[in-house]
Design a protein around this ligand. Sequence first.
Ligand code: HEM
Length: 400
Amino acid sequence: MLKIDLNSPAFFADPYPLYAKLRSDAPICPLMPGIWLATRYEDANRILRDPRFGKDFLAGVARRYGTDTVKEPAFQTVNRFMLLMNPPEHTRLRTLISKAFGVKQAPELRHLARREANRLVDGFIDQRRTDLIKTFAYPLPVRVICALLDIRLEDSLRFLEDTQALVKVFELSPIGPAEVHAANRAAQAFDDYFRAVCRERRKNPGTDLVSLLLQAEEGEDRLNEDEIIANVALLFLAGHETTANMLGNALLTLFRHPDQLDLLRGNPSLLPQAVTECLRYETSVHIAARVAMQDIAIGAVTIKQGETVYINLGAANRDPAVFSDPDRFLIGRPELPRKPLPFGGGIHYCLGARLARIELETALDILFRKLPKLQLENIDNPCWKPTITIRGLDYLLAHW
Ligand code: HEM
């Protein structure tokens, strides 16, 4: 019997040996009653695209924490995220939200990311030492999403800490009453703030995302205020935790592979490829969850209706059946036969993938240009967060 410890310091430091063992010995592995972990690329890719698998967030909450917990505001808000819906509700929301989200073109987004990255580096360049997670990786996507929503940075800082509390409701490890309470507070803070923003934008519409969401229509259909507020919260959460952690992971990975870093520094046109390889090698989102809508056989295993599968994107991205020499970080990989899955796949494919890539490319570019002597301090023993769904660093000290 395979021993699976998803909670040990060794696992957080390097989960990939366990992932490799799971892929070969137990590719669809029972984690606890009714919950499975899928680690092979082919299974992950198939489950993400199979309409017999869907989302069932509140039922999962009820099973884990009891039916009363379902009524908590944090879980109710999160349940309005399109991320957690099935067709036809998901199709409707995704169509309307994509209309607003797709308006800004790549050059405009790049300009925005560049402006904010420059401002951040200028803010700490004279200190000669900083924690890049705190002063760069987190603030950058927050500033970009604030600019897109046209909300003041000072305002977002009020509920920024709270967003970390709201994210906890997605964690695999169980959360306690204090964490539920903090998540409720976060949901309320979001609600209060963005309801006021909606009121103001109805009166004075602009070209910002909130105004565009208020105007988005498909036939006679429009988004209501609850839908807008919950999904702005989703964009805020999905847009900054993921990207901030990914930027830290990309920096660490590049500095752990000095030959690849030199290659990139010598040829910045490799940035898009470098970001693709960072996303494959050390992605920040390791788990996407799906629930079986009926009994479904995968290989020798049958997932029963109502059971959950955690699709392990981090493990799928290192599957040797698809990527040759998968544990090697190689920017110049030949054209990949199959696409890595850092942004998921199927109907829930990351809506912000284009923005995330732009932010990551721009951030690395500006950092390397402005700080040519940049060195990271704790690359052999970095401080990984003790979380499974999101993989990222607590801090990343650097000097130049
Ligand atoms: C490196 C950064 C990012 C990573 C690794 C990432 C990863 C993912 C993944 C894996 C999913 C699919 C989850 C599932 O299938 O259950 C997803 C969905 C989503 N992401 Fe991202 N994401 C990133 C950045 C962003 C950004 C910048 C935004 C927007 C500002 C964003 C918005 C969304 C939204 C709205 C969804 C839900 C789409 C739907 O349900 O149709 N993400 N992301």
